[in-house]
Design a protein around this ligand. Structure first.
Ligand code: PXP
Length: 238
C-alpha cells in the first residue's frame, strides 16, 4: 500500500490573507498541487479564519479531483460547513479555538460522549471521519466505540527527537499495529518534513496518508512547488 500525500494549504491561505486580496489563489494552488502529484488537499479552518476560511472548503470541494480533507475542532459552525460541503474526509482535532497549531490528540476517554454523535452525523453524511490522536494505546482503544474510520497520529513529538532516539517512533509503531488490529485506517501528520518522513513511512507499513503543510510550503520557497511535491512523493514511494 502506498502512503498518500495530502498537501495542507493553510500556509498558502495565510500569505493570501496577509494582503487582503486573492493572491496567491488557493484554488489555483490546489489544482497545481494535484497536477504536480499530490494525492489530496487539506485545510484546517480555525474559528478566527486567519488562514483557511470556511468559504475555502466550498471552493475547494468544487475543484479538488483527488481527496479533500477538512480538519478542525468540531464547533457548530465547522460542522455545518463540513456537512454542507461533504469533503471526502473530516479530521476532528481537539484544538482550543485560539490555538496557534494542533499539538495534541483527543482524550477519547474524557470526550467519548462528545465525539460519538458528531462522528455518527458526519458518517451519515457519507464523510469519512478521522480522529487526531497521540500515539497512546488506551485512548486509541476507545476509537471503535466512538465510530471513527481512521486515526491521524500526531507526529509533532516524533519530529523533535534527537537522531538515534527511536522511543517516540516505537510508540507510533505500536499505535499503528493497534489501529490495524482494531480495523482503523491510519493517517499521520504534523511537522513531517523531507528529513523525517522516509524513516517514519518505512517504519509504519499500514500508513494510508500523511498530511503535510508547513515544511512543504517552506521547501517550496527553495525548490519550487512542483519539485517539492515530487521530493515528498519520492520519499513516500521509496
Ligand atoms: N494534521 C493536523 C491535525 C494539523 O492540525 C496540521 C497543521 O494544520 C497538520 C497535520 C500539518 O502539520 P504541518 O503544517 O506541520 O505539516
Amino acid at each position: 500500500m502506498r502512503t498518500k500525500l495530502s498537501v495542507n494549504l493553510n500556509k498558502v491561505a495565510l500569505v493570501r490573507n496577509s494582503r487582503g486580496q486573492n493572491f496567491p489563489d488557493l484554488i489555483k494552488v490546489a489544482k497545481d498541487c494535484e497536477n504536480f502529484g499530490a494525492d489530496g488537499i487539506t485545510i484546517h479552518p480555525r474559528p478566527d479564519q486567519r488562514h483557511a476560511r470556511y468559504q475555502d472548503i466550498h471552493d475547494l470541494k468544487e475543484v479538488v479531483k483527488t481527496e479533500l480533507n477538512i480538519e478542525g475542532f468540531p464547533t457548530e459552525r465547522f460542522l455545518e460547513e463540513v456537512i454542507k460541503a461533504k469533503p471526502h474526509q473530516c479530521t476532528l482535532v481537539p484544538d482550543p479555538p485560539g490555538a496557534l497549531t494542533s499539538n495534541s490528540g483527543w482524550d477519547t476517554i474524557q470526550h467519548k460522549q462528545f465525539l460519538k454523535p458528531i462522528v455518527k452525523k458526519l458518517k451519515q453524511e457519507g464523510i469519512r471521519v478521522s480522529l487526531f490522536m497521540n500515539p497512546e494505546l488506551d485512548p486509541i482503544k476507545q476509537v471503535p466505540e466512538i465510530g471513527a474510520d481512521r486515526i491521524e497520529l500526531y507526529t509533532g513529538k516524533y519530529a523533535t527527537v534527537e537522531e538515534g532516539d527511536d522511543r517516540e517512533l516505537e510508540k507510533h509503531i505500536r499505535s499503528a499495529q493497534l489501529a490495524e488490529e482494531l480495523g482503523l485506517g491510519l493517517n499521520a501528520g504534523h511537522d513531517l518534513n523531507l528529513n523525517n518522513l522516509l524513516k517514519y513511512n518505512r517504519a509504519i507499513s499500514n500508513l494510508s496518508e500523511v498530511s503535510i503543510g508547513h515544511a512543504l510550503v517552506v521547501d517550496s520557497l527553495y525548490y519550487g512547488l512542483q519539485n517539492t511535491i515530487q521530493l515528498y512523493q519520492r520519499l513516500l514511494r521509496t
